[in-house]
Design a binder for this molecule. Sequence first.
Ligand code: 9D3
Length: 267
Amino acid sequence: MRFDVITLFPELFAPHLEVGVTRRAYAGGSLQLKLWPLRDFAEGNYRRVDDRPFGGGPGMVMMAPPLERALSAVRGARAQEAGEGEGEGAAPRAPLIHFSPTGRKLDQALVRELAAGSGAVLLCGRYEGIDQRFLDRHVDLEVSLGDFVLSGGELPALALLDAVARLQPGVLQDAASHQQDSFEDGLLDCPHYSRPEQLPRADGGVDAVPDVLLSGHHGRIARWRRERSLEITARRRADLIEAARAAGRLSKEDERFLRSLKLDATP
Ligand code: 9D3
């Protein structure tokens, strides 16, 4: 699958291509990333991509013409590559996703949807935003990372690419780790422990690993983990318990455990 990114700061994407699980997705060829530096599509001696807002006010607005030229180049390159493979008729046009604080909040459902598709064009804004006429013409989906203020859309684009990359077949160490992900089953993850069994504390004591995890009892370990997931989810994200219940993902045993918790109204 192919992602094309239109950005003023293509260099921000280098680390994502160079390390860890995401590098494997690109090296293995399941994911392709093409960067389109917006400055390359600007005109004149100053290569301007921004200008003052009509109506006045602070900050600058990204101008439509360089964006139009960049998007045409992306569409052209995608059409050419689709044509080279030939075979079955025209592929559906890749969606244009604009990262914006006013967009729909990124979640695992959208990540899964994109990971199952053939890619997208990602548009990263800077300054106060992008000329609305360009957005109205071309944008299919606006996506936000959440209710906090960033300086542009590049980090949200990287977050989306990272989340999609780790869902590519063969990218995660073992496929079972998807299943255990928080949000894949709709509950928060349980705590994890590794060696040493006894971790010395500054006060002379030790912090031990919960006994059940050393018991070798796979059934009891699975139940303990399920209960820790249910407990932390009930305490921190009651909305996710409600959603899991509505989707029929809680067993009688889960419900019995949840009733046994002394849930505080105030955290
Ligand atoms: C001072 C300007 N803002 C008024 C509160 C508007 C504004 C414009 C552009 C705020 C942030 C930005 C740049 N942010 C993004 O492009 C962005 C973003 C974000 O800031 N938070 C969460 N998700 C996203 S996706 C893109």
